[in-house]
Design a protein around this ligand. Structure first.
Ligand SMILES: [Zn+2]
Length: 116
């Protein structure tokens, strides 16, 4: 995968995420929302929903910025954990991936166990 192409793709995704972030932020802050909904509980529910979406979008934007930074310093496509090359197919599906599938599974396994 060529670097210029990758950078364009990451930037494009970042733009999309930032656009959606603006939208989610505007919705969460909007007073117009209150007029459309029947009761306060519903308003709160919708707001929390948008805040959740927002948090997820912020997370994604950070991941993409991080990927661009790694592209710049030349560590893009290398697994954070085992330093192996992340397969192209995985990077195509998830350009901001920082680990190979094996390490990702292990990470999530650790996270699941920690929650119990
Ligand atoms: Zn790995």
């Amino acid at each position: 995968m060529r670097q210029g192409h990758l950078e364009r793709r990451l930037r494009h995704e970042l733009d999309t995420v930032i656009g959606r972030l603006d939208h989610a932020g505007a919705l969460a802050a909007s007073d117009e929302l209150c007029g459309e909904l029947v009761d306060d509980a519903q308003v709160i529910e919708v707001r929390e929903d948008h805040q959740l979406t927002r948090a997820r979008l912020v997370q994604r934007a950070k991941g993409l910025l991080d990927a661009l930074q790694r592209l710049r310093v030349g560590t893009y496509g290398r697994c954070d954990e085992c330093e192996a090359s992340i397969p192209i197919a995985r990077l195509r599906a998830l350009p901001s991936a920082t680990t190979c599938v094996r390490c990702q599974v292990r990470r999530e396994g650790v996270r699941v166990r920690a929650r119990r």
